[in-house]
Design a protein around this ligand. Structure first.
Ligand code: DMJ
Length: 722
């Protein structure tokens, strides 16, 4: 706190510049005034030399030369010159008196100062800065592929749209016991020559745009959707998994009580699904109070978000009739030729993630062809000078632009930083490297750019590649960027060294700057605004318990237990925020006397979010501490009591009152995340084992890519064929 960052220094020095301009004008006016004063003084002195009709000749001569000199000085004076040049204005300066001139000049300099002040200090002054300072600003940070449609740069329409996402000590607890963190693969993970070469190719981020394009073109020749359909073999992929995805018996727990709880969660899923099907089929989300559907404006005209988000949940729960209905809808009704404005992030995590998972779990070709068709439609969003995509894309025209609410046309860290897992899989399935190149380019830029205190601010300009504001958050706007770093490392079969390095150094910076302990002993993640801490934690930030947990095992040996403890402490804090309804507020604070409590009315709502339960699930898998299942069950009971209505589940407006006021929305992430994490919490660990799967930020499981195994398999297949 209190330390000036580079950007702060920039703003301050520009502030100084405007103050200097004020001082300059002020002294100019003073010197003008003193010159004028001296002139008056000279006249007075001459008057004193000549009295009674007699003058002292020598004195007069020397005073006359003094007058000449003064006159010359005044003539040279810029302000005086300006006045002289004005037609019809006398040399005396518009006929104003000296004191009036002085006041006028002071007023003028004040005005100039005010303008400069407004330019640099008003909240959204960045736009103005760009106009005035564009020539002197740091040149854009470019890495690899750049813009190919700079025309769009000028045509982009910043729109005023709503923010698509929520803004977005374990008191007496002892050290958490690590249950089974080591995930030992059976398949060889030696870094073979070939794998290294492949990895290097992926990481060669200085690829020129033209190369990326030519690769794209080549792939397009192979297949309309850029897919070389013969390259990816589902059978090969299945053979490279360490365990069956659905376990020995669909993860059925042997303990009857746990099984009963799991069945309850399955019933909740069926209830939510049936009502969606009944009242909102084909729409994006169900409005359970008014019993109708909601399309919203996040998916660019794409429909059926709840269907796509539910595919894998229905499948792992064994709700096969429902899954088949969903699959049929994808086959017959999922129309990707929409022409609306979509959030790149939301379409990616829900549609791309949902379809990818459905494909990997079932091997149904329809999911693969749909996801490749959709992936291709997202590519134009990356056509910016830096390759950092903008937040909004028109799926029909490919035009993209930044959210109207995002400062100075910036892109959001949690949005452009949450594409990696899905895009790498798009390359896997299509055999087209362009998707990987796009996200590797983002990675490279983020790796290269200077980070204040090692932290990643939430807003970045897709034009210059510089940070736009110094707001750092592990909750909304930042969250899943960090999640995708560690998950990229895990999903690469632990070969993605850059992701690993970036994750652990980010975590170090987070610990040094954001992690706090409340007076009551609760560990929490504060937010950071240019060095000032805001002692608030969003519900969204509660995913970090799980994230730090799954990353614990790959930290430096001396920190592994520490990371696991930190993960447990944060999860504990988030559990503390779930009171008295046993549901948690959107954001809770640790100042103003509160401990993990929402102090503002506007923060008290709960929209069926998953993050706290997500951390319970990971912490259960990592430690098998029974408290996580108990906490999960508390949440199930609370959802039943406060959120279940006659026709589905609904968010509530105030978690501090037991007479619920419902928000009339069954979010699609309730089906994909909240209920899936609860189901997994009450299942055996062999249902979607973490040795084989990572969950994207919408809880869609994506398989770990075992390049060496896939290549060995390819060699074997070839040998057999020969
Ligand atoms: C989900 O869409 C994702 O988890 C996203 O990363 C954050 N917000 C919602 C759920 O709260």
């Amino acid at each position: 706190p209190g330390v000036l960052t580079t950007a702060d220094r920039g703003v301050k020095s520009r502030g100084c510049l405007s103050s200097l301009s004020f001082l300059f004008l002020f002294f100019l006016s003073l010197s003008w005034r003193s010159a004028a004063d001296r002139h008056v003084h000279t006249r007075v002195s001459v008057h004193q030399l000549c009295s009674g009709g007699r003058c002292d000749q020598n004195g007069v001569r020397s005073f006359l030369s003094l007058i000449d000199a003064e006159t010359h000085r005044l003539e040279k004076h810029k302000v005086s010159m300006v006045f002289r040049k004005l037609p019809g204005v006398s040399a005396s300066g518009m006929g104003l008196r000296l004191s009036q001139k002085f006041v006028f000049l002071l007023f003028l300099s004040g005005l100039v100062t005010l303008c400069f002040g407004a330019l640099f200090f008003l909240p959204d002054s960045v736009r103005l800065k760009r106009i005035f300072l564009s020539k002197t600003e740091t040149p854009p940070v470019t890495v690899g592929s750049g813009s190919e449609n700079d025309a769009r740069e000028h045509l982009k329409r910043p729109k005023d749209q709503e923010h698509p996402r929520g803004m977005t000590s374990a008191k007496g607890e002892t050290s958490t016991k690590l249950k089974s963190l080591s995930r030992k693969p059976v398949v060889s993970r030696e870094a073979t020559e070939e794998r290294l070469a492949g990895g290097k190719a992926l990481e060669d981020l200085s690829l020129s745009r033209s190369r990326a394009e030519s690769v794209s073109e080549r792939a397009t020749v192979v297949d309309h959707h850029g897919a070389d359909t013969d390259t990816f073999s589902y059978a090969k992929f299945k053979r490279c998994l360490l365990k069956p995805p659905l376990g020995r018996d669909y993860g059925k727990p042997s303990d009857p009580n746990t099984n009963e709880r799991r069945e309850k969660v399955k019933e909740m899923m069926k209830f939510a699904w049936d009502n969606y099907k009944l009242y909102a089929w084909g729409k994006n989300e169900l409005r359970p109070l008014t019993r109708n559907g909601h399309l919203g404006n996040m998916f660019g005209g794409l429909k059926g978000a709840s269907i796509i988000d539910s595919l894998d949940t229905l499948y792992i729960m064994g709700l096969m009739d429902e899954y088949n209905d969903a699959k049929e809808w994808v086959q017959t009704s999922l129309d990707l030729n929409s022409n609306g404005e979509a959030s790149l992030f939301e379409v990616n995590i829900r549609y791309v993630g949902g379809l990818l998972s459905a494909y990997y779990l079932t091997g149904e070709e329809v999911f693969k062809s749909k996801v490749l068709e959709l992936g291709e439609k997202l590519l134009p969003a990356f056509n910016t000078p830096t390759g950092i995509p903008r937040g909004v894309i028109n799926l029909g025209s490919g035009t993209s632009w930044s959210w109207g609410w995002a400062s100075a046309g910036s892109s959001i860290l949690a949005e452009f930083g949450t594409l990696h897992l899905e895009f790498v899989h798009l390359s896997e399935l299509s055999a087209n490297p362009i998707y990987t190149e796009k996200v590797m380019n983002i990675r490279k830029l983020l790796n290269k750019i200077e980070k204040p205190h090692g932290l990643y601010p939430n807003f970045l300009s897709p034009v210059s590649g510089n940070w736009v504001q110094h707001h750092v958050s592990i909750g909304g706007l930042g969250d899943s960027f960090y999640e995708y770093l560690i998950k990229s490392f895990l999903m690469s079969d632990k070969t993605d060294g850059d992701a690993k390095k970036m994750y652990y150094s980010a975590l170090e910076a987070i610990e040094a700057n954001l992690v706090q302990k409340s007076p009551g002993g609760l560990t929490y993640m504060a937010e950071w605004r240019g060095g000032i801490l805001d002692h608030k934690m969003g519900h969204l930030a509660c995913f970090s318990g799980g994230m730090i947990g799954i990353g614990a095992d790959d930290g430096v040996p001396e920190k592994r237990q520490h990371y696991l403890d930190l993960a447990a402490e944060i999860t504990h804090t988030c559990h503390e925020s779930y009171t008295p309804t046993k549901l948690g507020p959107e954001a809770f604070r640790f100042d103003g006397g509160g401990e993990a409590t929402a102090t503002r009315l506007s923060d008290r709502y709960y929209i069926l979010r998953p993050e706290v339960i997500e951390s319970y699930m990971y912490m259960w898998r990592l430690t098998h501490d029974p408290k996580y299942r108990e906490w999960g069950w508390e949440a199930v009971e609370a959802l039943e009591q406060h959120c279940r209505v006659e026709a589905g589940f609904s968010g509530i407006r105030d978690v501090y009152t037991t007479t619920a006021s419902h928000d009339n929305m069954q979010q699609s992430f309730f089906l994909s995340e909240t209920l899936k994490y609860l189901y997994l919490l009450f299942s055996d660990d062999d249902l979607l084992p973490l040795e084989d799967w990572v969950f994207n930020t919408e809880a869609h499981p994506l398989p770990i890519i075992r390049k060496s195994c896939l290549q060995d398999e390819a060699t074997q297949d070839k040998t057999v064929a020969e």
